[in-house]
Ligand binder design. Sequence first.
Ligand SMILES: Cc1cc2nc3c(=O)[nH]c(=O)nc-3n(C[C@H](O)[C@H](O)[C@H](O)COP(=O)(O)OP(=O)(O)OC[C@H]3O[C@@H](n4cnc5c(N)ncnc54)[C@H](O)[C@@H]3O)c2cc1C
Ligand code: FES
Length: 369
Amino acid sequence: MHLTTTKPKRHRAVFHTLTISTVEQLTDEAIAISFTVPPSLKDEYSFEPGQHLTLRATVAGEDIRRSYSICVSRRRALATGELRVATAVVPEGLMSTWLHENAEPGEQLQVMTPIGGFTCPTDPSSARHHVAIAGGSGITPVLSLLTTALEEEPESRVTLVFANRRTDTIMFLEELMDLKNRFPDRFTLFNVLSREAQDVELLSGRLDRERLEQFFEAFIPVDDVDEWYLCGPLGLVETAQEALADHGVDGHHVHHEIFHVEGAAPVAPPPPPDAKPLALVTVTLDGRTTKVPVKSQAESILAATLRERPDAPFSCTNGVCGTCRARVVEGEVRMDRNYALEPEEVEAGIVLTCQSHPVTDEVVLDYDA
Ligand SMILES: Cc1cc2nc3c(=O)[nH]c(=O)nc-3n(C[C@H](O)[C@H](O)[C@H](O)COP(=O)(O)OP(=O)(O)OC[C@H]3O[C@@H](n4cnc5c(N)ncnc54)[C@H](O)[C@@H]3O)c2cc1C
Ligand code: FES
């Protein structure tokens, strides 16, 4: 693993079997799971803070994949040779419930190499103000991003506005308090609780637009911030994005990650095997090029690709995680929905293949770009 980098690395997204080293109970509803990374895989699992791992397991006879953000600083991952994720139980959630019931030290799991664009390269010579607005389990990538910024940028300041229901539901509370002790002059933490009264009125209640504006007014002048990180429920992220846009903040400095969007994107039934191709997509994946016929308007490029290349990476198939991303080299595609890519990635021709359909008769896609 490397300590500092100048831009997010693109790994070949592949699964390896990793062994769980520890499981920590964070709250009644959340656990942290650490994996040992063997020395032979250290380079493959080097990561940019903010990136996530896709875990794969057979649950109730179904092969499922879900993304979990790395929640450890780069320095700590380097020192321990371990990666850590955390999961909060989602009622009736397949993977989160399965992990809570089955994850234990010594167990092995299929873990994809890190991916994701919710990152901001560190620069040890800069003196920046990084501000994160996080809700609930949205703390996971933010913990890695902010701790790494404090550890790798000695002149930078960090502020976290963290929304939860009650004190006993706050993930990583102890670690955040430790961070305050380690960096008393450079780290400021505001815990906002929606269902527990606190002495300070600003910290009691929902973190809505009005409360955000009060934070900007009293403690976080928007012009004083260099990089913003938003992660949590869709409503919170969208409210913060709108507020920052209204204050004229350049979207290139507003990084966001969403874990879940209500309502699944439509899934097309597989086309009949003898259906005629409507378009031809040429896919380069892991250095190998494959011709993929797309046989219906409704099926996604990912679904068509998986028939020819079962090794194509994916996780949510819902436009949220970004695991299926590829670059359009030639031709044009349309996306149904996109909650994963930053505007500059879309400008650079990156698409989510699980949400993409060919517009032109021929499309050339590069997963390795
Ligand atoms: C990039 C990325 C990073 C993520 N990082 C983390 C992380 O660090 N920690 C973490 O706990 N989760 C994280 N998630 C969410 C995680 O991938 C799963 O979606 C979550 O654990 C639920 O999966 P499940 O199989 O238990 O639920 P499912 O069986 O998929 O869903 C069960 C029901 O719950 C709803 N649902 C699914 N997910 C959520 C949710 N997050 N909130 C509310 N309702 C939901 C579904 O619509 C469905 O009705 C991340 C997601 C993404 C895309
Ligand atoms: S697989 Fe998650 S965005 Fe496509």
